[in-house]
Design a binder for this molecule. Structure first.
Ligand SMILES: [Zn+2]
Length: 82
């Protein structure tokens, strides 16, 4: 029961979380304007992927829905605990 509740809250958070994704490298960075570390990582992400096809998307949209979907790698790792 507890585990189920936790999963639901993470899913709910994922739906509301936005990320900057690079379609060339298949990486993404969480956008969290209240998190200093996340802002730094985002700035670094934009520098790294300058000239690439990047776009702001809902984090939920990056989750693979079928086995053939492209897996995006999170480079920030600050999304789950906070
Ligand atoms: Zn890139």
């Amino acid at each position: 029961m507890m585990k189920l509740d936790l999963n639901e809250s993470i899913d709910d958070k994922l739906r509301k979380t936005r990320a900057r994704a690079c379609f060339d490298c298949h990486e993404y960075c969480i956008i969290d304007v209240n998190n200093y570390k996340a802002i730094q990582l985002l700035q670094q992400f934009e520098k790294t992927h300058r000239g690439h096809r990047t776009q702001i998307v809902n984090l939920d949209d990056l989750k693979p829905k079928s086995p053939t979907d492209i897996i995006y790698t999170c480079i920030s790792g600050v999304n789950k605990e906070e």
